[in-house]
Structures are given as C-alpha cells and as structure tokens.
Ligand binder design. Sequence first.
Ligand code: SAM
Ligand code: SF4
Ligand code: SF4
Length: 373
Amino acid sequence: MNETFVPLADIGRASTRAPVAMQRVPATGLLHDRLGRPLTDLRISVTDRCNFRCSYCMPKEVFDKDYRYLPHGALLSFEEITRLARLFAAHGVRKLRLTGGEPLLRKNLESLVEQLAALRAPDGQPLDLTLTTNASLLARKARALKDAGLQRVTVSLDSLDDAVFRRMNDVDFPVTEVLAGIDAARTAGLPVKINMVVKRGTNDQEILPMARHFRGTGAVLRFIEYMDVGATNGWRMHEVLPSAEVVARIGAEFPLRPLQASAPGETAQRWAYEDGAGEIGVISSVTQAFCGDCSRARLSTEGKLFLCLFASSGHDLRPLLRAPESSDDAILSTIGHIWQGRSDRYSELRALRAPDTSDPGAPRRVEMSYIGG
Ligand code: SAM
Ligand code: SF4
Ligand code: SF4
C-alpha cells in the first residue's frame, strides 16, 4: 500500500477499509532499565517532514528546499509500525503517541490509527492512543481519526495573536485554521490538550491570553519550557521562561492550586483553577528535570529506537523487522536488551552544568522532527 503523503484533496475522505481484527498480545513481564524505570510509553514518529518551520524545532535556514528528508523506502510501513507496537505492548507499553514531523502529512494515517486501536494489552484493555499535531490539517481529518479509534489529540499552539503565530510557524499559517482544527476535534468527540512552547521575549506575552481563552472550555492548556533539543535551534538559557513564572503569572489573575499527577511518569505538573474552570499543566524539562520517572521510548520514522529525546543515535530495528527469518521473539528480546541497558538522563545532567554550556565531548543530538516530539 502506498501511504506516504496526503494529497490535500484526499484528506478527510471516508474509509473504505475492512474492519481490523483485534490483536491481543502475550505478556513478557514488565521491563526496567538500569535506573529502574519501566517502559510504558512509546512515541512513534510517522514522518520527518512538516509544513511548519517553527524556529525552535525546524528553523527555515536549515530545513530549506535542499534539506534531505528520509526517502520513501526508508519509512516503516503501517504494518511494520503496528507489529512493533504490539511487541512493545507485550513489554509493558500502555500508551502510544503518533507524532513527527507533522503526523497528519502521512497519507492514510487513519488506517494506521485503526490498526493500532485494534491492539490489546495482555489484560485485554485497549492501549491509550493519541496524536500530537500542529492542527493545520485537523479540521479535515478529525472525524476520520476519531472513527478510526484515536482517543485524544494534543494540539501545539504557541499564540492566539495571529501575527505572533504566523511569525513562530514561519510559514505565515493563520491561527484561525488551528482554532478550527481544535473545534473540529472537539465536535468529533476527541478530548483536546493544547501545548504551548514558551520562549521568553517571543511569545511569553501570550501566556495570559491563552489561559483566558482556554479556561472553562475543557481543553487542558500545557506550557512547555523551551528545550535545547536537536542541534539547530540556537537554544539559549535566557530564552527559557521557567514554569514557576508561568504559574505565578496565571495565578496572579486566576488563583491556582496544585493537583496530584494523574499517572506515574506524567511529564506535566498539574494546577487547578480555584474557581473550578479546569486545569493547566506545566512541563518543566529544563528547570525541573523529570528523568527519574521517564518511561518513554521513541521510534523514529525509519525504525530506530531512541531512549531519550536528547540522544545522538538510535538502535536500528528495521533490519530485524525486514529480515524474513526474524521472529516476534527475536524482536522482543532485542527490545528487552536495549531497554535494560538504558541509563539516559540528559536533562538531569544538563541541570548540573552551567547555563548555556554544552558537554564538550557530546556527539550531535538528533533533531526532534526526526525522532518524534
Ligand atoms: N508537528 C507536531 C506538533 O507540532 O504538534 C508534532 C511534532 S512536534 C516536534 C511535538 C511537540 O514538540 C510540539 O508540541 C512542539 O511544540 C514541541 N517542541 C518542538 N521543539 C521544541 C523545543 N525546542 N522545546 C520545547 N518543545 C518543543
Ligand atoms: Fe513542525 Fe511540530 Fe516542529 Fe513546529 S514543532 S516545526 S509543527 S514538527
Ligand atoms: Fe527522558 Fe531523556 Fe527527557 Fe530525561 S532528558 S526526561 S531521560 S527524554
């Protein structure tokens, strides 16, 4: 099946596929890495391409017309992704997140969603299946994604001010279309979270307008500290606005109280509006590293397994997947060994260095658009 990229005209077309049979996986027992962290969460990058050029992720100067993206043959097929997801579930993964690049650029993504939604954990429960998107194509895709079995969606939105938003996506994309995507998702019955990356001096003036806009709507707004991911975004510590300041600014207008984490390994610290208008979250990857609870693995578009967002290399599972003689057991055992050898804790180590310094001997980190955010 050719499922590379979506001709815009095809987006939102109804599915004509036969229903996918439910697949329950055998349990292998929970895995733990060298720091005692379980493997519970798999982020799957379905494309390294994007139609935005957010400067903190895919700066235009680097991701220009000469940039070499992965060739079609390198991409894992939907069947390969689903097979791997099934094996990860056998090792304890309960949460799958589709990401990229911009995942909605991958053609027939709803077909992958349908296959993943048919997976069952050893206890018979479906896996938690979600997607992170810039929402540029969500208005046209939300219904098909929901019908295919997607459970939730996270939309990245850095500003409500159209001029600021256009500048940040750097392709002049209007904010109204993202808001229409959010509306379409909610109308389709998909719960929505909103992720705002905060860059001091770029969009921090948008924190309060965003809070005012989304409180009371049921959509959970989460503020992410600007991170030094990849090697191209020119990250500087002075552009990081600590989450504590986000909470203080919002709390000064709308009193907040802290909430318990809803699940172990949750990246966001949660705060409730005292007046009952919902909650916000802050993801403090820079100022309060949470490596100690990090139970996430990342699968790149071409099938490399990364153990940390800041890794410089991954473990290539594709040759194993494509070798005719490779059994599920062989792949399970490889994944098990890789996870059991994991000791990554980049953000904790970064916090021990002086701000704005890098580890001199460190190899170049992979880009977030490739590894999956
Ligand atoms: N294109 C999709 C999107 O933007 O939602 C999915 C991929 S994107 C890499 C995933 C998430 O990473 C987005 O919420 C984005 O804002 C976040 N992100 C990218 N670069 C970042 C950075 N330097 N610091 C913090 N978050 C970043
Ligand atoms: Fe694209 Fe998402 Fe990266 Fe922005 S953050 S450039 S939308 S992949
Ligand atoms: Fe996990 Fe790596 Fe981020 Fe630490 S730095 S929380 S290990 S992805």
